[in-house]
Unconditional design. Sequence first.
Length: 173
Amino acid sequence: MFKAKYISNFILNYLAMFKGINAIEFSKKFANNEDCYKYLITIKWGNGYQCSKCGCTDSYKGRTYYYCRCKQCGYDESVTANTIFHGMKMPVLKAFHMVFRLTAKKKGMSTVELGTEVGVEQKTAWLFKRKVQAAMKKDSDDKLKGHVDIDEALVGDTLLQLAEAQKRRVPYW
């Protein structure tokens, strides 16, 4: 399906901006909603606009700064359309902060903590977290490419067998 694949590619490109960035740099880079919309425009339409309805590449200004209107079919498309930010009722800046916090922590984050830090209800944090996780989930046949660094890994046996080997002080490796 076009939209699902587009959303996955979009979120992977979007998450690339968090590589090697700390919370202070993030807050400087994205100080308001306009900064977020400008970034989304460069990610989504950086190589040129393409209408999601008819595929036309010609457009003109839509109803606001972050909309484009197709010259062929007249569809007014938001920069958030067909992304994880589509249909949100909270400011895009809060959503950016939620994605940053979810991806910056190694062990993840509870939705209660996430909601408190960003200033939304726990239910809103839970729903958006699920949206982000669904977008990040890849097909099982996708392979990692290039140089891959890992922090922790278990190769072979189960955790129970590893624990038993450690109890007996038998060299596992």
